[in-house]
Design a protein. Sequence first.
Length: 610
Amino acid sequence: MSLKIRQFVTLLLALLLCAGSVRALPEYEVDNDTYIPQQEQSGTWEEDPNLQQEDAETEGETDPYLDMKIAVGLAWSGSKHGVLHEAKLLIADGFGSGYRFGLFDEEREFVELARNESVRALSMVKTTNLYLAGETFYTKAPSGQHSVLGCYHLRHPADFDSFESAQQAASEIDGAFVAWIDGVYQVRVGSYTNGEAARTAAAEYADGTWTICYTTKFGVNVVETGTTDILFQFDGGEQRQLGVVPGLSDDDPRPTWFKGYKYYGGFRYQRIGGGDITVVNILPLDLYLKGVVPYESVKIWPLETLKAQALCAKNYALINRNKHNGNGFDVCNTTDCQVYYGAGSGNMFPSELSDRAVDEVRGMYVWYGEKLAHTYFYSSNGGGSEDVSRVWGSNQATYPYLAGVEDIYEVQFADVIPNYYFSNTFTREQLTDILHAKGYAMNTNVVDFQVTEQSRTGNALEVKFTYENGKSNTFSANKSSWLRSKLGCRSLHFTVMRGGEIPPEACLVNGDQTLDRVDGLFVLGGDGQLTQLNGVVPYAITGAGDVVSTGTTSPVSENTFLVSGSGWGHNVGYSQWGGYAMAQLGYTCEEILEFYFTGVHVGEKIEGAL
């Protein structure tokens, strides 16, 4: 749209037949380099199974959330990396070396059992026979040169009451290492692939006091990366898992590389059911949020926007602490929960602004009454968010704050929102093929397609296909993700126009120039209030007092259907781009969240709150 048209529509004071003047919001041309908030890249639309969980509980006289530790899954069964037989850690350049080994107690406080002050690169490997080629362990012997890390060892006859005493004994024996086995310090030596090799080695000890040993299926070895030299062995059974913390004191935090990203905090290595290793990052709540906000939002956005995102991410993490309990952690690092990349990688890392946002909302939460509110978020809503009952089928009375609102802010910045508008044309034949593939419209063809129910905020709730044989199928727009995907609908905010119709979105201005759509635009009433247009073909009163239609001819040919809309996401709760827009217009993070979540309160812990 030309600047001339935008200026005309923005300043037009002539009254429309129903209201006032039209203020145009320009179309956006896609910029492939523009950042899209991560939350909506997963395309997940189905009912969130965690919505019905009990809200996070608090206990004690002070804020129990303030310094809470969060356990974040980095590699687990079903994740991108899956469970691992080898998990490497590397302290980032410039941060020296040294690790502490131990376990995390019930409060996730680290209990040190051992340490190594000189190593920078570690590999945690399961206690089975492994084969090392280069710097990588394999579960089967590779071709070519390799070395072996076996699961049989020889055990020193004495037990030790401390790491220091065990380490002293191990230092006097070539190839020996310290092991912590179910609460007891031991000294072990060697690694053999079978019992016979271990017995042969034991016979070399003249006193005959060294015995053959191995760990249970829950054991983990710590080795220096690229070697088969065991630095520490841990076996706490099924209930206690190995913890590793980079740095030699709590005052010496060090960012550590794992699978291409740097993370702060400690790490836990768990062999669930005796299988491969699940890797979990354990760190304070605020430090976790600093690894979420710049990736779920844009790290250079206005401070109030980033603060709103931090609060949404905080509430989500607290309420969903047990979401992945079966996998040994609270929340994962993907869009299934919320994106977490820690200290980042390459040119993707937190900013001073995103860190500041987390610091400024420390001790603050989003409340509905005396409970933490479910603060769901998405990229953009296209002009209106939606009731949770309409999207996920939840009881609206249980979550009254997850109510749809007409969004008059987001659309004002439509020209800077990537992929804000979407539009796709389908023939009757193409629609028929889409339905046939899912077992509908068999032995007949589509003759009509329309949105048959629309919400009060302009979102499509129900669509209907009519066939040549007179029958039809009606689909719930929110539950039919396969259909929305085939139609290219990135949100629920869409309409369908049949070929030959005059589009309600088309608007003629200045006599011979056209606005492509009026959906999402605003009229200025005589009382000075803005009202959003929603599928209405407006009429304008000219300076001469003549009433002029603004409708245009249809851009869609006969026997075709235009599916068009705006937004990207599930439309429940907070619009990230809406938050950006409101902050640009001068609103605070409290005002932003109280707009998107009806009736909530943003502030410190409420006394007596659950």
